[in-house]
Write a protein that binds this ligand. Sequence first.
Ligand SMILES: Cc1cc2nc3c(=O)[nH]c(=O)nc-3n(C[C@H](O)[C@H](O)[C@H](O)COP(=O)(O)OP(=O)(O)OC[C@H]3O[C@@H](n4cnc5c(N)ncnc54)[C@H](O)[C@@H]3O)c2cc1C
Length: 443
Amino acid sequence: MRIENNYDVLIVGAGVAGLNCALHLPKNRRVLIICKDMPDKSDSYLAQGGICRLQGRDDFDSYFSDTMRAGHSENNPAAVRCMIESSEEIVDELVSLGVDFARNPDGSLATTREGGHSKNRICFHEDCTGKEITATLLKRVTELENVRIVPQITMLDIVESGNCCYGIIARDNLSGETAAIYANYVVMACGGIGGIFSHSTNFRLLTGDGIAICLNHGVAVDNINYVQIHPTTLYTKNQAGRSFLISESVRGEGAVLLDKNFHRFTDELQPRDVVTAAIYKQMQKDGTDFVWLDMRPIPKEEIEEHFPSILEKCREEGYDPLKEPIPVVPAQHYFMGGIRSDLDGRTTMSRLYAVGETCCNGVHGANRLASNSLLESLLFSKRAALDMAKIWSPIDKKDAEYAASKLDFSKYSDYKQLLEEYKQTVKKAIKEAENVKPHFGST
Ligand SMILES: Cc1cc2nc3c(=O)[nH]c(=O)nc-3n(C[C@H](O)[C@H](O)[C@H](O)COP(=O)(O)OP(=O)(O)OC[C@H]3O[C@@H](n4cnc5c(N)ncnc54)[C@H](O)[C@@H]3O)c2cc1C
């Protein structure tokens, strides 16, 4: 193995949640971050629209009610409050780490708007905010002597006994070796589940492995069928691979949705699930595979400055948003459910934390409000790091080795088959939950 078999904290995932957790752990702790592929292959890199920041105390009630309304009031109000109250601190921390957000002429942070928000409160960097934030965090983490990031290592299982987590079973994807790695604390920061859907904006490698592993080990999982469908991804004849997102801030800045006769058919700034339902209804009525999104109400200079990547991608596909509407279709986008975690990232298993999109702390309720996800991932991963530092205690190495000795390593020999089984485990759990409690967003 390229890695040692013992760490203080083992973080599974190198997106914003995993990286920010590592940044806030005490510098005297040895930390390992692993990821399935390279660190830039995370959904965090793909985030376009931005990150919410409270716009002064007067904005609190409005931001709170926008988040609750989008989430159909199934949100955990304490988690929502905690997130909103910390949003200024989190964005300011990013700025101090070197994240270059768009600025107003007076130097203050510029803000944009997306569906479900009653006012502008989203900080952004062009239309690639996620890349700007994640690349900055990655740079800062690689400067830390106590943290090691090792790409191309996949978590295949956890080492567990008596509802206590002692580490993970990891596979080195370069050599094919499999081994147990022990840690005092394991943090699941392994993102969403888009890879189990045929049409998704997510990286295909995000197949909910952490969710399946938790289900297999009796760790509580909540709202597993709460899957968000984004209303607008670019429609192409070849729909294989990752769907390209057309950020909601495009509609926030004035783009409109049109039917096959180029007539508007809905209010574009409603929450995502409502706009998605309106698009599906219109597609059915029109007998089409897509609807049109017209960006021409946005000034040309604004499109070029704020949405350069979207402009480039549309042109690559043969559409010029400055001159014509572009075809869009909904696709799976986000997972509101996940491993049950409290406001400090603790799961129902001792020494196991879950943060970021893979966890469910109830912030998003039944439907996530746009641009709340980076914020949520950053805040609760920081809180998890601070919590670990506070309650720190080492595992008993003998207990850990005993737990690993009970594992049947032969079940890890067929990697592809195992990951396929994990996909099926998640799909089955979604289906079963849907039977108990139907969710409008699921597919
Ligand atoms: C196209 C797109 C646009 C978005 N735009 C926005 C936006 O504007 N604002 C916003 O707030 N949110 C946005 N989001 C959502 C947001 O980007 C994600 O929810 C957030 O980045 C999740 O971060 P994360 O760290 O939890 O997971 P990710 O960034 O997805 O990272 C997951 C990590 O886990 C690793 N991993 C997974 N399984 C394993 C395993 N078995 N073993 C080892 N490693 C594993 C992966 O390799 C990866 O490193 C967008 C999402 C997409 C897809």
